[in-house]
Design a protein around this ligand. Sequence first.
Ligand code: GAP
Length: 514
Amino acid sequence: MAKNDDNLLKKIVSHSKEYGFIFPSSEIYDGLAATYDYGQNGVELKNNIKQYWWKAMVQMNENIVGIDSAIFMHPTTWKASGHVDAFNDPLIDNKDSKKRYRADVLVEDHIAKIEGKIAKEVAKAAKRFGDAFNEDEFVSTNGRVVGYKEKIAAIEKRMQAAIDTQNYADFKALIEDLDIFCPVSGSKNWTDVRQFNLMFSTELGSVAGDASTIYLRPETAQGIFVNYLNVQKSGRMKLPFGIAQIGKAFRNEIIARQFIFRMREFEQMEMQFFVKPGDELDWYEKWKEKRMKWHKALGLGDNSYRFHDHLNLAHYANAAADIEYDFPMGFKELEGIHSRTDFDLTAHENHSGKKLQFFDPQENKNYVPYVVETSIGLDRMFLAVLSAAYNEETLEDGSERVVLNIPPALAPTKVAVLPLTKKDGLPEKARELINKLKFDFTAQYDEKDAIGKRYRRQDAIGTPFCVTIDHQTLEDNTVTIRNRDSMEQVRVPMEEVRTTLEKGTSLTDLLRKN
Ligand code: GAP
């Protein structure tokens, strides 16, 4: 069952701000809608997620290499990719409130309300039948639920047809037929539905008349496609091979909301895997499996993921699926795996007049490779980790703690070193340990407040280990190590701290599970 916990999302937003993970952008000017800044802990977590992805994709695969292409690209890139003509959202305005909405989101919200009714029926029946309740059977046989499901299917079909055929008059008619009203004005006084391109544009060059429109890239993938031949030739790559990239992407999302889930400036981690035509569906299946394994290795909960296979494929794809994660708002897209055929490379060949092919020595011929793409939003991955990690616990003594059970390999700070008191040489001993550890581990020193309070502070930022230096340390060079999750403390020789950290926060072990 999906989480759908608005309260949890609110708690994550405020915890993120209080503990230096994510701040609203330019907050002193009241912020900028749907734009966020990563703070001192956020940037560490983000970098660790990037590293996990980069190592799993590039370092662990001898046939995958990385690039870092420019955000600005020749404007024809976006003509070739289809973004200039087809990267649009259907918009509608309410004439009374003057508020603008994405037409498909209005319809989706309406569908969510019907899904809510189904969930209520299920909850009622579960209560009535107790242990004997079989949810699958109930939802497929109960008349009311079946009726709701048919209604949803009919709405989805009509909306998809309106999008596919660009029949915006029917899109508007659908909104009217469903009696959807503006949540602000409460009226159903709608404008026509029209298209809005999601790319941000700007001018290149400062001389008037000499400037030309360029776009902030809406995906990193095109930087990979236009470099296909450069990488293939300079790296002497043979099919199948992949090119990976992490970088910013920009989309003028109309409804940017749900914290960092949908932003106007965000980061993608994308990999294009070039294969021999005909092999693409095998590779598509392999990449689906590999990417799911990457997610599950983190231990955020196997039931928190599911595949959503696309039934209505984009014109260039012959297979596509999302990996959905059970965010606090319910199951939503986290990553896409797409079999994109030769659409992009052929389009770039046609628009540039340059051949983007591979000479296959076995077949003794040139052809345009097919592409399987894996594309994950870094910020969404960040939100997935945070929402799985956030826990409020009541301890045995009745006190409460908020702990981030972040997978230790991704934790912003790996160890906190805490002198029990500020005197008697304990701070010096603590600094001595930090100075040894800091080359390999992110470490924090903290001497302020009672030790319990310091533990709570580290729990709140997800530090897996706290090392306490006390008077006994001065006598026998032993320290206590406290484990974040179990809160157990063990006394060990100081030299063993490194081994505990190596074992307990190992990225290598995580990669081995892939
Ligand atoms: N090259 C393929 C591509 O860009 P996409 O489904 O449009 O595909 C891929 O985007 C991923 O990028 C999504 O699965 C999502 O995680 C992330 N993403 C897309 N739009 C986003 C936004 N506005 N804010 C945050 N992440 C976004």
